[in-house]
Write a protein that binds this ligand. Sequence first.
Ligand SMILES: Cc1cc2nc3c(=O)[nH]c(=O)nc-3n(C[C@H](O)[C@H](O)[C@H](O)COP(=O)(O)OP(=O)(O)OC[C@H]3O[C@@H](n4cnc5c(N)ncnc54)[C@H](O)[C@@H]3O)c2cc1C
Ligand code: FES
Length: 322
Amino acid sequence: MARVRCQGLDLELAPGETVLEGLQRGGLRVPSSCRVGACQTCVMQARSGSPGAAAQLGLRATQKEEGWFLACQCRPEEDLEIGERTAPTVAARIVEVHPLGMALVRVRLRTEETLSYRPGQFVHLERSDGLIRAYSLANLPGEDLELHVRVHPQGHMSRWLAMVSPGENVRLRGPSGECFYRPDRPEAPMLLVGTGTGLAPLWAILRDALSQGHRGPITLVHGARDVAGLYYVTELQALSRTYTQLRYVRCVLEGEAEEGLEVGDMTTVVPRLAGKLTGTRVYLCGDPERVVALKKRCFLAGASMKDIYADPFVLATPPVSI
Ligand SMILES: Cc1cc2nc3c(=O)[nH]c(=O)nc-3n(C[C@H](O)[C@H](O)[C@H](O)COP(=O)(O)OP(=O)(O)OC[C@H]3O[C@@H](n4cnc5c(N)ncnc54)[C@H](O)[C@@H]3O)c2cc1C
Ligand code: FES
């Protein structure tokens, strides 16, 4: 079996064991969250040896060339020496925590150094004790960084973010992800679908598209269990009045249907609303199950796989680790 060397630790991986599991068994603290290759929290850099293609899925070409890989997906076939345990971070200060609804807060941050990103990408927010989680950027360049955070009763980071005082220092790593506006086809239809805080990247992508003069029709569907779970409704309704090519639809599981408000599961409502998706750019964010189901349905409705961008908000897999 392959041996892994990292920070003075030298161990042989057990059959089927990932680098993340091996290093944690050896007593090293390696940040991780989803453990399924979605959040990129466990990114590490190989100094020698190949981590394998499966461990580099979703990383940028430059990151792959530099040997970065996802430890939770890495079952190397050859010995691996690990240099950096985490990617570089920038210092940031929380400047505002504002309630957006039930168990939902907006967090605004400012960085000390410039963070280059595309609106809609996600960053990793790291607390001073090393706890780290992925959050999508809802702002446009030039604005404070904006996160929309669903507060979970047992959530380590989200509960802390909901109560933290402005002035608190954190670190940000990233950006990551492919969910951002591409200005090369300004006439192309766009379909943006998100559940809960899955609206965060879509809010950024939508405003980015409009500010860059996108002319094609845009449909944004925001889903939640009930209307209390929806937010930025007034802002989105105002945008759809200003930009006639924008259709904004709310979708809830429970409640009475009305103009602009659909009742039903997103996985059936969205294909019905969207119709044929040939030539459409599709963005799917939020609840992982719905993202996966909708990706399939959008493909079957004619969207090309290369035009479907998805960020499933996969949660930490217990045991939750920092
Ligand atoms: C690419 C990406 C982008 C993301 N962007 C966002 C974003 O913009 N906004 C956002 O709010 N989140 C986002 N997330 C999710 C985020 O990274 C955290 O997983 C989430 O905030 C919960 O972290 P926590 O530390 O509060 O909970 P943890 O301490 O990690 O959770 C403890 C346990 O509680 C359970 N749990 C936690 N939260 C929930 C929940 N909401 N529903 C059901 N069970 C739960 C899980 O079983 C989990 O194992 C994103 C995730 C990914 C992968
Ligand atoms: S990608 Fe490895 S922990 Fe999420």
